[in-house]
Design a protein around this ligand. Sequence first.
Ligand code: NAP
Ligand code: F7E
Length: 384
Amino acid sequence: MNTTVLARHAQNCSLTSSFTLIERICARWRKNGETSTEVPLTRRALITGITGQDGSYLAEHLLAHGYEVWGLVRGQANPHVARLRKHVGDIKIAQGDLLDQGSLISAIERVQPDEVYNLGAISYVPMSWHQAELTAEVTGMGTLRMLEAIRVVSGISASRTPGAAQIRFYQASSSEMFGQVSETPQNETTPFHPRSPYGVAKTYGHFITQNYRESYGMFAVSGILFNHESPRRGAEFVSRKITLGVARIKLGLATELKLGNLEARRDWGYAGDYVRAMRLMLHQDGPDDYVIGTGRTHSVRELVELAFATAGLRWADHVVTDARFTRPAEVDLLCADPKKAREQLGWEPTVAFEDLITMMVESDLELLARSDRPDDEPFSPDHW
Ligand code: NAP
Ligand code: F7E
């Protein structure tokens, strides 16, 4: 086998670690008994949750690195796929649902991915109190089902550990697992105290990922990501709810914006930065968990002030607090310590909070000012 050619291809693929591609291809060739000198150049990724905010940015990022990108999509005519295709063109779709074990096994068998990014979840924290069991099933048990699909299709068992060619698995863990924090800033060793059914479900997903790594030697990592936003953020989350609210008020489409707890503090970053960290985690020599955030924290009130000021508005003239948007148990303060990611992954955020909010306000002003405004204009729920 011409390892020089393989090494050159590995460089062309911008792989950050030297071993993966060559070992994987050699192992796959050995397994298949192939003798051809044709080298499969492309890494193949399967993304669950591809129709969400992070899924779209991750798909773009992986395509830019030469990947073949597959998305797991649920439902027979998921309307979010059309929205995704506006941002990301060249993706392939596999049907499947995190609630359905068989569908995940079929998807892994069909796609034969090198990397699986498990972003699919019920991710809106207030919804998790109203549909706690569903949240546990999708966000928690869905992680187990995907790990099992990889394990079964790869033929891994307690007595048969994976080889170099194994599928690498990324789990979308969350700073919501820290919940009522015992120290600030939070790092990889900070204890978990989740405050919502969502946080509890994510904590299960986190520990089952660690457990499959320890039990079966799987290359399974968790990224503990703090809040990250963008113009593609769902309208139910506070950042986008505010920037859309500002745009509606500025354009005379509304006069007030109803919000809940203005004193909660979060570490908000830009989603486009955070998906880079996901890929980096799967390209280390060994699997590990990493905190991803900016290390800066702001209150919802500060976000409101900045967003309204960006549009030349006085927030106090328009913002109304409404108890319907407060939570049964709040996470008061989150702030990341991303030292490990900086030192081991070489990861740094590039978009500051102020630039992020300005970007989102400007994007929503442009979106709502368009005469051909889309029928599916984003809206925030008027409850939860
Ligand atoms: P998002 O926009 O809410 O996207 C969630 C995705 O999950 C959607 O594509 C949705 O697909 C999919 N999904 C829901 N139920 C499913 C099911 N039963 N089977 C398969 N897919 C299902 O979330 P995001 O902001 O991109 O976040 C991505 C991941 O990171 C989530 O796991 C989230 O919990 C986690 N996370 C996010 C943040 C953040 O600040 N954004 C921080 C930490 C962790 P449909 O189109 O079918 O609805
Ligand atoms: O709330 C307060 C609210 O819904 C942020 C998810 O991506 O990040 C996200 O979870 C804060 C909370 O995000 C409203 O009480 C005030 O303190 O934007 P959010 P979240 O709950 O932090 C984590 C890391 C995830 O993993 C999740 O998937 O804002 N807040 N007034 C409000 N929040 C909302 N949504 N709506 C309000 O009217």
